[in-house]
Design a protein around this ligand. Structure first.
Ligand SMILES: [Zn+2]
Length: 154
């Protein structure tokens, strides 16, 4: 087993700052002077594109688990939609999710639900996870793909 284990995780200030800034910015959209039903419609559409098509269908079911097959152009389109969701590129996402499934709800699971609801849903992202070091080992099928490398850089 090569997944590094550490009981002392360091805070990931880049992620914390990004998410704090994002949520503060979102609060401005709720001011009455900024509110718009059209903007709510755009939000719901983009949420479906990035979260539904990109993460759930693309990153998760298609690329991570290979639950179905598509032409490569459609796989790349779905992966690009997922990349727009601010959850990183497909290589890291897929690698961490495969590590999660391999060690589901055990010590080496990056988002072990035994550590609580908030940890498993979002708090794990606020720390540097030692599991990231093993992502290349879990993404040999996509790690060298130039499009996925591009998605990792944007
Ligand atoms: Zn899964």
């Amino acid at each position: 087993m090569t997944i590094a284990t550490s009981t002392k995780s360091q805070l990931n200030w880049l992620h914390i700052t990004f998410f704090a800034g994002l949520h503060i910015g979102i609060l401005f959209a709720l001011f009455p002077s900024n509110f718009s039903w059209k903007a709510i419609g755009v939000f719901l559409f983009l949420y479906w594109v990035t979260g539904g098509l990109g993460i759930t269908l693309g990153f998760h079911r298609l690329i991570t688990h290979r639950s179905f097959q598509t032409p490569k152009w459609l796989e790349y389109f779905l992966a690009f939609c997922g990349t727009l969701s601010c959850q990183g590129g497909p290589i890291d996402w897929v690698g961490m999710h495969r590590i999660h499934h391999l060690h589901s709800d055990q010590e080496l699971d990056p988002h072990d639900s035994n550590k609580g609801f908030w940890w498993s849903h979002m708090a794990w992202m606020f720390y540097h996870s030692p599991a990231f070091a093993d992502v290349p080992r879990f993404t040999k099928d996509i790690g060298d793909d130039p499009f996925y490398q591009f998605c990792k850089r944007i």
